[in-house]
Design a protein around this ligand. Structure first.
Ligand code: FAQ
Length: 311
């Protein structure tokens, strides 16, 4: 790739032009998007598992309907994202294979267990809350198909966040036992939610280049900070305590300063050694194997239709 090609491409990005599938693009740009969109798609699909675990045990019919709709939305998000990645010349089969073989990553957050009903509240509130903070700027990503997919995803994530916060609010206003359950869920999900934003900027391998290409619009630390600042008052409002003794509001910057994240835990989870990594991939593989007949039937149907068209 010549210097001239790279600088013409950068100039297009700098003019805020959207890059579309058939446009010339640097190989690194394409690879970064395939990696990020693929990881994002896998996260949505694997993300169905921890919450799916509670559909049969939702406490009321209303809660069950909302949770069912949310988990189905996540499946839909995965599909838009796989389609967006496919516009970059990678097939869904290949991406699935990379997920199941452990080659492709998915978000660390989905490797934690959902132990109580309050975890469903905490996931909606914190995990979807973090996802929105990260994904709103992706609606302005330089790559057109990814940016457009993010618009509907973000609308749905907002509903998810509200449904989660409302569960937490109901528990926090309930009996002592329910309030304790809500606090316990916050204690367990707070730090993993902060890890969703990725390593500190100084350790972020792709951050700087992705920002220059306007794939990312904010750094990992900037988004994490915005999330903390938005979320701490929400915890206070429902009488829960964020489990960070070093958390301090800095009146000058208007931001919260937080304690250190356990990066050893983050690295362990990302490299496959979290509490639920093996279960998640096993369940995903099982679901994929169980769906083999659907793929076979769809292919047989497509082949039949193609054959009848050529006659
Ligand atoms: N987990 O150089 P960076 C959802 C990896 S929301 C695992 O900073 P980058 C909604 C990273 O891939 C969750 N791996 O990377 C939902 C890279 O690995 P590599 C999904 C992580 O890409 C809610 C290495 O570390 N959202 O699913 C994590 O510039 C509820 C170096 O890091 C997205 O994927 C992590 N937390 O920035 C669904 C959003 N963090 O490939 C169900 C789109 C970093 O070099 C229920 N993605 N890594 O080996 C992004 O914005 C970015 O990819 C970041 C990471 C910000 C995640």
């Amino acid at each position: 790739e010549s210097e001239e090609f790279l600088s013409l491409f950068q100039a297009r990005v700098d003019r805020e032009e959207k890059i579309e599938p058939n446009d010339p693009m640097p190989e690194g740009y394409r690879r970064t998007l395939v990696r990020q969109i693929g990881q994002h798609a896998h996260s949505e699909i694997v993300g169905m598992l921890p919450e799916g675990n509670w559909i049969t045990r939702a406490p009321t019919l209303r809660r069950k309907i909302a949770l069912l709709a949310k988990v189905q939305d996540e499946g839909g998000h995965g599909l838009y994202l796989y389609s967006a990645a496919e516009t970059l010349g990678v097939s869904r089969e290949q991406m699935t294979e990379e997920l199941l073989s452990g080659k492709a990553k998915y978000s660390s957050i989905f490797n934690y267990p959902t132990l109580t009903w309050a975890d469903i509240g905490a996931i909606g509130w914190l995990v979807d809350g973090a996802a929105i903070m990260n994904q709103i700027p992706l609606c302005r990503c330089s790559y057109g198909p990814y940016a457009r997919a993010m618009i509907r995803v973000c609308k749905e994530e907002s509903f998810h966040q509200r449904q989660g916060y409302e569960i937490m609010m109901a528990l926090a206003r309930g009996s002592d036992e329910q309030k304790e359950m809500a606090q316990d869920a916050l204690n367990r999900w707070w730090w993993p939610s902060l890890m969703m934003f990725g390593p500190h900027d100084g350790e972020s391998a792709h951050g700087e280049q992705s920002m220059a290409w306007k794939i990312k619009r904010f750094s990992n630390d900037e988004l994490r900070q915005k999330f903390i600042t938005a979320t701490v008052p929400q915890a206070e409002f429902i009488g829960l305590t964020v489990p960070d003794p070093d958390l301090k509001f800095n009146a000058e910057t208007g931001l919260y300063e937080h304690g250190e994240i356990d990066w050893v835990e983050f690295k362990a989870v990302v490299s496959g050694n979290g509490r639920m990594n093996r279960d998640r991939i096993r369940d995903r593989k099982q679901a994929h194997d169980d769906g083999a007949w659907v793929r076979e039937a769809a292919l047989a149907h497509a082949a039949k239709r193609a054959a009848s068209r050529t006659v």
